[in-house]
Design a protein around this ligand. Structure first.
Ligand code: ZN
Length: 269
């Protein structure tokens, strides 16, 4: 009788341990599959425009940007295509892309401009870097000025210099994980007049801290409100002033900003 009881006890224990093992395997499978599903969900397509015939420093930084975003594409499972052909700014070529980048130039012809306006007015995404937003009295593209929130290029510092930046809104997806201030690598900082901050639709995310003034040696910025990163909330757009300097992509804090920016406009609803 005792032997039968012992055998039943052993069998129950075995059954229990088999059950626990099966449950653990199921849990692990669930964790792995949900991780995989999340990675899959991130898939979106980005097209980066740049030019090789522009200011050599702008070409160099654009190439650093491409290397950085290429690594990021592998890490976050999105597709990055690149082109120096600005005529790809047309309706059919832009169609597959949730987001486009302008690394060191902007559209030139009326056709490219019209296609870009249509793309942005219909929910396209854009991140413009540095000179990509440059406009002055000779640009003759009023739509683009309002798209930037009214910002017109006024002046810049020279040579490139590091600067303390203040994060205006640390709750925004683009500034997630950034400290309240950080020392940004050397860059050519642009001052805009009027400042885009005056536009009620503009949300400024990073600003050059006034403690940097005067900044520059040959060309000096002595004062003024200098937003560095902002979005015009009427569009899926972000302007980032960085893009001129050997170490622009060499700072982990700043790289977090670049990474957040791509993920924000690549995956927002
Ligand atoms: Zn520059």
């Amino acid at each position: 009788m005792n032997q039968v009881r012992v055998r039943m006890k052993v069998r129950r224990r075995r059954l229990l341990s088999a059950l626990i093992q099966t449950m653990m395997a199921a849990c692990l499978a669930l964790i792995f599959s949900s991780r995989f599903a999340r990675a899959e969900e991130l898939t979106f397509k980005v097209l980066a425009f740049y030019s090789t015939g522009v200011e050599p420093d702008h070409v160099k930084t654009a190439k650093d940007a491409l290397a950085f975003y290429n690594d990021l594409a592998a890490k976050h499972n999105f597709i990055l295509d690149t082109t120096i052909d600005w005529n790809k700014l047309n309706e059919s070529d832009l169609k597959p892309y949730r987001l486009i980048l302008w690394l060191n130039n902007l559209s030139q012809t009326p056709e490219q401009r019209a296609a870009f306006e249509k793309y942005m007015e219909h929910g396209g995404g854009w991140i413009g870097f540095h000179v990509a937003a440059y406009n002055d009295k000779d640009t003759h593209w009023p739509w683009f000025v309002q798209f930037l929130g009214g910002a017109v290029f006024y002046t810049n510092n020279w040579p490139v210099l590091p600067a303390k930046l203040t994060i205006d809104d640390r709750m925004h997806p683009v500034t997630k994980g950034l400290p309240a201030t950080y020392e940004a690598p050397a860059n050519e900082w642009y001052l805009w007049k009027p400042s885009p901050r005056l536009n009620k639709d503009v949300h400024v995310l990073l600003t050059l801290d006034p403690s940097n003034y005067p900044i520059g040696k040959k060309d000096i910025i002595a004062e003024g409100d200098l937003p560095v990163v902002w979005t015009n909330t009427k569009y899926r757009m972000l302007y980032i002033n960085m893009g001129h300097g050997l170490m622009v992509y060499g700072d982990p804090t700043q790289n977090t900003l670049f990474e957040n920016a791509i993920l924000w406009l690549g995956t927002d609803k």
